[in-house]
Design a protein. Sequence first.
Length: 629
Amino acid sequence: MGLSFRNEMSSLITDIISDQEEDGSYRFCFENSLMTDAYTIILWKALQIKDNTLVGILGRRIKDKQQKNGAWRLFKDEQKGNLSATVEAYYALIYAGICSKDDPSMQKAASFIKENGGLDAAGTMTKVMLASTGQLPWSSLPFAPIEAILIPNSFPISFYDFSGYARVHLAPMLLLRNTQYVLKHGTTPDLSDLITIRTQNSGEDYRVLNMVKDAIGHLKELPEELEQRAFDKAEAYMLARIEPNGLLYSYFSCSFFMILALLAKGYSKKDSIITNALQGIVTLLCHSSEKSIHVQNSSSTVWDTALLTSALIEADVEAAKEAIDNAQQYLQSRQHFRYGDWSLHNPSTLPGGFGFSDINTMQPDIDDTTASLIALYPTISNNPKRKEAWNRGLKWVLSMQNRDGGWPAFEKNTDKQLLTLVPMDGAEAAAIDPSTADLTGRTLYFLSAYANLPKEHPSIQKAIRWLREHQRQDGSWYGRWGVCYIYGTWAAITGLMASKLSPTDPTIQRAKDWLLSIQNLDNGWGESCYSDVNKLYTPLHASTPSHTSWALDALISIERRASSPIDKGMSSLLTSLQHPDWTHTYPTGAGLPGFFYIYYHSYNKIWPLKTLAHYQAKYVKGKGGKRSS
């Protein structure tokens, strides 16, 4: 393994250095589902934008990914196909004129849609898109009064109890649903043959809507005045959160609905806010392959740059010094100094976090902040300004700890379980932003290994307690933002080990035993996206570079000496890197369980290099130095 090990590390380092942009950043493609490509086509055609080149390129990419049975899938092992993805792809291809309903491939897609419940069985976001472009009656979606946005925070539930990433979608969707806006014209397709008649639930799922209506009844204004104020507030909420490139919160998905909502509010298609948003969508284009272009839901520039930089730092090679310096300058420039929605639940803390995308200025998150601070750490001792910025970021991270001891992604203490009953798909994951094992473990790692907080520190103790309490019976942890149990278990183990928990602690031993029990026959690790859907570990029956790296990194943090499973796993990882196949593009990032998964183009470089560097530092060179999460 020795020569192969060194060659692979050298190759990864060389590739990463050569991938760097002039400004010090790394701009890898953040490849998500076909939803963004399909919605872009639908939006362009609905607005009658004459750009057949973009529509054609995106349409061909969608067409190429259709399965033999006519459906589209979110991940390779998804059985049969995905209804929402198939509806979106079918609609986009018909609207673009790339295919007709009579094409055999489209007839197969239509059959799949009908067999699985029709348009009105699709996901909530898909149905809002369909209704607002004239393909579904608005009556097929649950109705929530626009006045819900006015409910004071003093009530049991309010608009600001939802997570930030739910609110930026809810505001335009509420506006669209309450105006029943429809954007269609003479060339809009008619998909009414794919509608089935379904009976809506009227039970517990609607308890939240009844509470909302009751709360609105306590607002002391005339109904028409109240409604107008609510419409105005929804509009103002969106406008206040538009980023410099024109996108709402830097996301494609909510920007799509914002454009339609502003049209519903009376804006012209030529209004600068709408044209800027459309231009912002164009900036999200990336190359998903040499021949294919994809619309990202956002860029992942800060995330990729922070993680690749810390990987280079740990590889400890002189050749990477200039690349590291350039990346650190870029990262420091991306620190936030605006008060965003995070401050609603944390008003007494100064801004200081970092966001995910290059143009994000107001929505910092815990993961990107700790990753960026880790990448900046080596230089703070001899750079006073950077140390000041670093300490500001540290204070922000500490202030964001939830009352239960864990960390959220974006906003603290937005964890009212009642909101998970909202009648929309994915509400359990999207409506709230609770503590998660991956965020808590990675933050615990940062605070212990880089902020040097002692094990006795209250924040460390609370985090350790939270992780102990949320370990599953089999020894694993669920990871919210990666796939899924391997990811969460890796983050929890490395965080707990950094906090000086003993390798023989029962919590660590149970987790170790679980990881060893799921090692594949090829000695790597791989997990299906079905784990995220079923909330139960589901093997992929193949090994991916990310899963193998995460599992190995966790074991390396525990084991004093390289064990046989670790060495065999390292050989498997090296073989995989030298012979890439479909497992290299399998999504290992998660956005919304069952609806949105991510293939990070950077991950096959980041996690293998980090793991190789940790193995080398601990077992080859015996450095035992700092490791990055």
